[in-house]
Design a protein around this ligand. Structure first.
Ligand code: IMP
Ligand code: MG
Length: 200
């Protein structure tokens, strides 16, 4: 019985939390470093937008959820939030191709608002280039990007980034909103995957 349950969990990839230790190569950014940097970003954003009368954070689901909730609590000026779910399809599970799809659109009319897009990671840039182009047609007063992570070596399309948490090397990362096959978003740090052990 116990063995059956274990086999089912393995095939469904519903692993106990401790299992991240089997596929992690390194902790790239620990919890304290993440929170310190997010506090700095919150301060900077609060200063830059202090005169805004209509400030809106847009969270790109699902990866940016942890970042959005922590960042929002470090922003000391009034702001609204809205959510948008995007997927981009590629050749493998870990590549994005530029074929971007909106799975859930905003509820808010962004016309004349100061919009700040909050994203987990920019890799090729295809996803955010698409989102920027789409949202700019809706005539916001301003439109900028805040990304927690910038995997700059992988960029294929230019994306103007106003706020960056961390520039990171070209490695596949997980935790703090970023998933490995939908699991481990709840880890409080950013880890690097050991692709030999995870199976790429
Ligand atoms: P882009 O369109 O190539 O810039 O891809 C951006 C999206 O790919 C992000 O929003 C993530 O969902 C995903 N992504 C890219 N690199 C990683 C990674 O290292 N870990 C987890 N997700 C990633
Ligand atoms: Mg994402």
């Amino acid at each position: 019985m116990r063995q059956d349950a274990e086999i089912t969990m393995r095939s469904l990839r519903i692993n106990p939390m401790e299992n991240y230790k089997k596929i992690i190569k390194d902790i790239l950014i620990d919890e304290a470093a993440l929170q310190t940097r997010i506090e700095e970003l919150g301060r900077e954003i609060s200063t830059d937008y202090k005169n805004s009368t209509n400030f809106l954070l847009i969270c790109i689901l699902r990866g940016a959820i942890m970042f959005l909730t922590d960042l929002s609590r470090k922003i000391t000026i009034p702001h609204a939030m809205d959510f948008m779910a995007i997927s981009s399809y590629g050749t493998g599970g870990r590549e994005s191709s530029g074929v971007v799809r909106i799975n859930m659109d905003l509820n808010t009319n962004i016309c004349d608002k100061d919009v700040l897009i909050v994203e987990d990671i920019i890799d090729s840039g295809n996803t955010l280039a698409y989102v920027l182009e789409l949202l700019s047609t809706r005539k916001p007063k301003s439109l900028h990007i805040c990304t927690l992570l910038d995997k700059y070596e992988r960029r294929e399309v230019y994306v103007p980034i106003r706020y960056t948490g961390f520039r990171i090397p070209n490695e596949f990362v997980f935790g703090y909103g970023l998933d490995l096959d939908e699991i481990y978003r709840n880890l409080p740090f950013i880890g690097v995957v050991d692709l030999d052990k995870f199976g790429g």
